[in-house]
Each structure stands twice: as structure tokens, then as C-alpha cells.
Design a protein around this ligand. Sequence first.
Ligand SMILES: [Zn+2]
Ligand SMILES: [Zn+2]
Length: 636
Amino acid sequence: MRTAISFIFYALALMGISSIGQAQDYDLVITGGRVMDPETMYDSVANVGIKNGRIAVITKEAIAGKDEIDANGLVVAPGFIDTHVHGVDPFLIKLRLRDGITTAMDLEAGAIRVGEWYEQKAETGWQVNYGTNASHPIARLLVHDPEVEVVGPVDFSTAPKYLNSAAADGVAGWSTTRDTVETMNAVSRLVDEDLRQGALGVSAMPAYMARGLTTYALFEAQRVGARYGRHTAVHTRFHLSSATPTEAAIGFDEVFANAAVLGAPLLVLHDNGYGWWEIEEKLQLARARGMNMWSEYFPWASGSTIISADFLRPEIWADTYGNKYEETIYDPQLDKFYTREEFVETSKAEPARNIVIIMKWREPWLPLWLSVPHMTVASDSISGHRPDGSLLPWGADYSEYAGHPRAAGNHARTLRLARENNVPLMFSISQLSYWAAKHLGDTGLQAMKDRGRLQVGKVADITIFDPETVTDNATYKAGEHGLPSTGIPYVIVNGTVVVRDSEVLEDVKPGQPIRFPVETEGRFEPVDVNRWINNNTISRRALPTVDDMGATKALEQEDPQKTDPQKEGAIRPKIQRDDLQRRTLIEYARAQSNPPGNAHTGLFFSEGPPMPHSLFCPIHRMLEPAITVRAEMAQK
Ligand SMILES: [Zn+2]
Ligand SMILES: [Zn+2]
């Protein structure tokens, strides 16, 4: 009955009938504010009525409700959506709320055991909407660091202890181990299971495993997500590099090409490093071709990550990229810059320690990011820890936060900079709310189709701010890292007021899961070498079985240093390699009479063993023994 009544009410509201606005008709009314919706471009002073967690009416007429917010002089905007919140802990969420966030998701690191992850959040309750990706890096930790005992679901608020113990044996397997077919399938199976459980997409962090992650394993990770039509969010392999041939945009190109051929959505994380202009241009061209691809930035000339990040080690950060530790690597807890020696020492002793990377060269780029279409604002904020390593509790003082100031001031800072740089307010609201919802909604995610818009029928996630005064207050100075933003007096999540008069209300937890429905069956398909051959070479009938041993032997025998081809008994294939270089394999096969065959059948090579497939098989690396960086390092 109740449902029927609210349905009728909802239908009336959809029809724009506002005269039903009698006293107490709404749970909450917001009166006299400048209501702005980036999708319809509605921009007018109006009253908003909220009922059962949704926007029931937007009207110029007087309305009343059980609760009222006077929004005179304030902007009433769709709640800010932050797709890059590593700090999935109550204190960090409190900070994000002061910055206007109504949905906080970690699409970069993601989580494992996603079903349990969502259950735990529902049990404890959450102040903002929550969601996560399937974590490819943590799935790799499960497979490549089997000595680490992992309990329950893991996200970035709990990952640091596991990262530390994974590195305790001297080798961070998740980062440095190259996959075999077997381990790659094991990782993909885990990622697939988390997608089945409703994860929003796949988290990929090739920069943190630049030496360990093969291009094919990354392609495969994206394909696991593509089977569900979901996005992959990527911290690209050479992010921050301006050093040819490891320019940042090359790391983008690999995931971009994968997404394009897979027809899969793509989110480029923090596209505020070198080469961002090339990446943004390509993303705009891709969108013009109907591809669902977008990016994020945080409006600072600095970043933050774990000290053991692969790209920060001296051979890369200093010797290749040309940076000085004394000018770029800042420890917010110690309030000092590191020397190269201190850096190396600390990254060994405490691999998961947080540092801030100061990158002054970004300063001239910053005003431009404010005005790039479909570039969304995301904080990349990291949990706050006490000096003993424990997480800050909800009630901790804001001055206790030691970390990058973006955790506190990111979104308000965007609004302040936009104001100072004459960026139209509606455009900024698109960057803060709408485009993240639009692109995620376009992957089929209903919870995001219903958010990021200020329209009748949509979920009442609403941020109310003063456009003239809204500002960040957090700085790099110790004690000021977590100073909350001001000028955002009200934040409403699913129709419930969580921030009132600039105070976060304790124990008010209206957050809802942002999640795909759980599916009964996964979509995992293991990579199989023989199937690859069947699918990608002309042989269709007599499917050959690759003989690894034969191939390896033949390779050895082919080595001119090991075998003199003129010697009696030497293996002399009928077809020499030169011929293969002149003619493509397909031309070659077509030229053959029956029966059909391909290079792998040995048909072309009637004398001796088959031509080693690894000479032309694009997945030959999978067939090699697992020679990995991990093994090389272990030998040292
Ligand atoms: Zn990142
Ligand atoms: Zn991040």
C-alpha cells in the first residue's frame, strides 16, 4: 500500500504537478537556492522537495516539508562524485563530506572479495554512497605472494599491511612477477569473480608493476571487464614520465588500444602528468567515435603514493626522469623532504609509507584542466594514519591528518580555482558531479544513471555551497593537511542531511551501495594456447597440440652458434626463415595444396621437428618458462 502511494506521488511529481505541495508533504525541502543541473542545463532559483530519498519536485511555488534548508544565496547542485578515494575509512569519509562528496569510490585500487566488501559496508553503515572495482593488483598479490595470509576482503585502507608483508621476503611478487598462462588465468578468475559479485569495473595499476606486468596480461585484465561491458580504470604504465621512450602517453596507448578493440569503457586515472594534452585529445576523438572513455584529475601540482611505488626508485625517478629527491619527495608525517639515501632506506623498511610528490612543472597546466570537457575531478585521497600506523578514528581532530591536502580540499579547491579563472560554474559542476555519473551510467550502472543530476525522479544526493566563498583550506604545512573546506554548509545523501551548518553529523549513515546486480554465473574464459592457435591462425580442422619441448629443442638447435647448418644431420627446414620474412604466413598457407595446415603442424617443415612456434607466435611469451624479474631478483 505504502509503495502504491509513493508510486502515485512519484508519478505526479514526474508530471511536474507541484500544486500538491502542502505542509509536510515532503521529507525535506530546500528553498530559495540556485538550482543547477548540468544535464538539462537548468539554472534557476527554485525550491526542491525531497521524498523517500528522491527529488520529488523542483518548483518556483512555495512548498513545505518536515525539514527545511534555507538555501538563499547558495547553489543547489547534484552531490559531488569522487571516483578516486583510497581512504575508505570513516575519518577520511568525514573529510570528503566537508568537501561536498556524496559518493566516494576507489576505482583505482579497488577491492578483492567484493561481495563480502559490500556486505561489511552495509553492516557498519556508511555516511556516503560506496562502491568499488575488482582489484587486479590485489588479485595479483593473492597469486604471486602466496606466503601472505590474506583475511577477508581487502581494499586500500587495509592493503598497506599486506603490501608490507608481501615485500618482507625481499620481493614484492605482485609487482615484479611476470605471469605464465597459468598465473594469468588465476588472476583473471579472481577478477571475474569480483565482477560477478557486482564490482563496477577492473582496477589496473601497471605503473606499480611496470616490470612485472606483461602487455598481454594487461590486455587480458581489460578483457575480463569487457565481457561484462564494464570499464577498466588505469594508472598508466609510464605515468609521470617525460623520458622518451617511456613517455607517459605510450603507457596510455596500450590500454587505449585494448579498450578500443575490446569495445570496452576506459577511465584514465589522474591524467594530470606529462602528456595529458595528448591523452585528452585522443579521448575526445574516441568519444566522437562513440567510445565510452573519460579521465580524472586532481587540481594540484603534486601527487601522493606509497614510497615503494616502482616508478619512484632511483634508477627511474632520478636517473631516468631526472628528478631530485630533495625537491620532489616530501614526507608529510615527518614534514621534510628525503635525500636519495633516506628514500632508499625508508622504502625498504616501510614499503607502504605515504609520501607526497611535489611537481612544480604542473603549475601552468592546472588552469587548463579546469576547462577540459569530460575530465572529472577526483581526489585520490589516502587514509589518515597516526604516527603508530593506526587509522585515525572518526572523531579525530582535522589537524591530526598527515597526508596530501587533496584528501580535504580537492573539490572546494576546484570551485575556488574555477572562480578565479572564470570557468562557468555549470561546467565545473559537470566535472564535479555529472560526467562521472554519465560515463559510469553508460556502462549500464543504474545507481549512476540515477545520480549526478538534479532532476525530478533522481536520487536526492545534493551538495549546497556558496559560490562566492567556497574554498579549500588544507595546505602542505604540518597540522594543516586535513583542514576541511569551507563554504559547503549542507550535504544530503539519499535524501538525508549528513552535513548541516558545516558540521558532519555523527552516526548518520544513509550511504547506499553503488553496485551491479550479482550474477549467478561468472564469465571467465581461461586463455588457452591451443584455442588461441585455433582462433588466430588459418588451421581450423586438424587442431595441433603445441609441443613445448620440441619447440624449445628446435630453438636451441637453430642457434647457429650451437649447430652448424652445413653439418651432416643438421636440421634444415624446407622453408628458411628468409622466406617467411618475404611472405606472410597466410599467403604462404594459401599457396600450399591440401591438406590444410599451419606453421604449427610441422607441415611446412617435413624435415626435422616443427619450426619453433615462438618465432612467430604473438603469445610465445606465455609458453616460455616463467623467467621473471622475481626469479632474477631472488638469484641476486
Ligand atoms: Zn594512481
Ligand atoms: Zn590513487
